[in-house]
Design a protein around this ligand. Sequence first.
Ligand code: SF4
Ligand code: SF4
Length: 236
Amino acid sequence: MNATLNRNIPDRDAFLDRAYALYETFAKSLDVACKPGCSHCCTRDVTVTTLEAYRVFKALKENGNLALIRKVLADDQRRFQPVITTNQLAELCASDGETPPEDPPVSQNPCPLLDHGLCSIYAHRPFGCRCFVSASNCGENQFADVDPFVLTVNTIFMQFIEHMDTPGLFGNFSDVLGFLDSEPHRKTYESGCISKLPQGMVFNRPIPVLMIPPEDRDRIRPLLAGLQNLRSICSL
Ligand code: SF4
Ligand code: SF4
């Protein structure tokens, strides 16, 4: 993977837009139990890149809805904070390295952006929310029933999104939104010069190797070609 990185946020945002559309087409081909109002998966544990949260921030600002960010920041319940990114994990797996210990995402505290069981930022929700699908109702079974191939697809999309947002940050949705809520922080992100790592977040990394199990290689080829094509369309 070419490590030359484009810091232009509009180009990266155009990639994100198209990647979301590509994933939506894929998700429509799946037989899932997900439906509006089903929100057991909407917890405080969603993780995002700065690029995804920046899009949410911009949309809320344009709609005069920044009060929603205050709502997220006011909700100080326990949340999952990742210590490595997806691409760091890929790097460690490829080199037989040891993954650092991490608290599992177990808070189950509801996402503060839920409004009567519906997402109040649905059109702008991050990829971590888009890719959470289940073949049966999670509320009834107490777990998500996800085909291993879907997990591979989700991982690949996360690897590309992280790659596109290098340099940038990865963290809990609330933490990254809180970071971007500060104008000086926003400016450092926009200029591609975040020098100090904020607490609870990690720096994004370029893709070292794609995490595709041998049994998924043929099946994932069209989606992979689609993602590579988006990179060239968006000059990334
Ligand atoms: S992932 Fe589970 S909880 Fe979320 S919408 Fe689908 S079935 Fe409902
Ligand atoms: S942002 Fe929306 S879709 Fe994502 S967890 Fe919160 S309410 Fe659910």
